[in-house]
Design a protein. Structure first.
Length: 345
């Protein structure tokens, strides 16, 4: 059976979830598709316990908590949710609509398609080192789902971006001194995080170690140490109970790369009025898109979702007038949100 809908959203991360909300406010029905077995995208798959500090009105919120709040927020709009399904077919039809099919043969007749797939079919960049294949270690981690398991452990964190430093800062108070391994002295993380990390170095909570991983030392099932080649071409050894690798994600657009979309360095160019791609009726929001001044923030993705929703509405009904209504006062919005007409709750 083909599911007819106003929009198919590819990607059920925070930005894709919020897109459901913005479409719902305009009375548009959405279907969510994601290759992962749960909603939440990177937040749920890679760092569910990671603290986030730049969501409006939330001084701090956990990544999974944010996802849970977004799921609660879109509940009134009852979107279809299709998880563990990769989109394998996309076709622009003569009537202006789109045929979308997943690997599980779920088929959609969609008025629009919104790509919110983050970095695509992402995978964390894996640790590569001499001897690693023979060890097949179980104490190398690419995400943290239970931070308490690392309490009191000797940790080595590999990486120099936001995820590596965020976890180094978060875990520093609950374990032995953490060894932070990065290939150079400069970090890609936010300056404030780097400053906090440097303060913990002075306090002896974190030990910095620059160098490239060259070999893994251990026994079958676990690594005991990593051998590094330092910036001075010397050898260094980093011992730990657990190794946490945060080298970012290897972007892979997957089948989306074959949709005849304009692609620029594995990202999809869009305009900043509609966030529309090179194919009319196909939009891209979140980390997967690019435009002048693009910032890869969840906050930016929320903004893009709001404007894309109005663009979808206009694409579906080009002759209809558009009205901006406020959720605080609009009876129509209250009805769509399932609120009581008198109490607003």
């Amino acid at each position: 059976m083909t599911i007819k809908t106003d929009a198919v959203i590819i990607g059920a991360g925070p930005v894709g979830l919020f897109q459901v909300f913005e479409l719902g406010l305009l009375g548009l029905k959405a279907e969510l598709v994601d290759s992962l077995p749960q909603v939440g995208g990177q937040c749920s798959e890679l760092y569910p316990e990671k603290p986030i500090y730049d969501i409006p009105a939330w001084p701090i919120i956990g990544a999974q908590e944010l996802v849970d709040k977004l799921v609660e927020q879109i509940r009134p709009f009852e979107p279809g949710v299709h998880l563990g399904q990769e989109v394998v077919e996309f076709e622009a039809l003569d009537n202006g609509r789109f045929r979308v099919r997943t690997a599980r043969d779920t088929e959609f007749d969609a008025g629009s398609v919104i790509i919110a797939a983050g970095l695509g079919a992402f995978q964390p960049r894996r640790l590569r080192a001499k001897g690693l294949d023979d060890i097949s270690p179980e104490n190398v981690h690419y995400k943290i789902t239970d931070r308490e398991r690392f309490a009191g452990k000797k940790l080595a964190i590999l990486g120099g971006g936001d995820s590596a430093l965020d976890w180094a800062l978060d875990l520093a108070e609950m374990t032995d001194p953490i060894t932070l391994v990065h290939r150079r002295a400069e970090y890609r993380a936010q300056p404030a995080s780097v400053e906090k990390m440097k303060r913990l170095v002075k306090l002896g909570k974190i030990v910095e170690q620059q160098g490239m991983v060259s070999a893994a030392i251990g026994v079958p099932g676990r690594i005991d140490a990593l051998e590094l080649t330092t910036l001075e071409r010397d050898k260094a050894r980093v011992e730990a109970d657990e190794f946490l690798v945060f080298w970012g994600l290897a972007p892979n657009l997957g089948p989306i790369a074959d949709w005849s979309l304009e692609i620029e360095k594995k990202q999809i160019p869009v305009d900043t009025e509609k966030f529309q791609t090179s194919i009319p009726g196909v939009f891209a929001i979140g980390d997967i898109n690019t435009y002048p001044g693009k910032k890869k923030l969840i906050l930016s993705g929320f903004h893009e979702a709001a404007l894309a929703a109005f663009a979808v509405q206009k694409h579906l009904n080009p002759e209809a007038r558009q009205f901006l209504q406020y959720t605080t006062t609009s009876p129509i919005m209250h009805k769509r949100l399932g609120l009581d007409a008198e109490s607003g709750k």
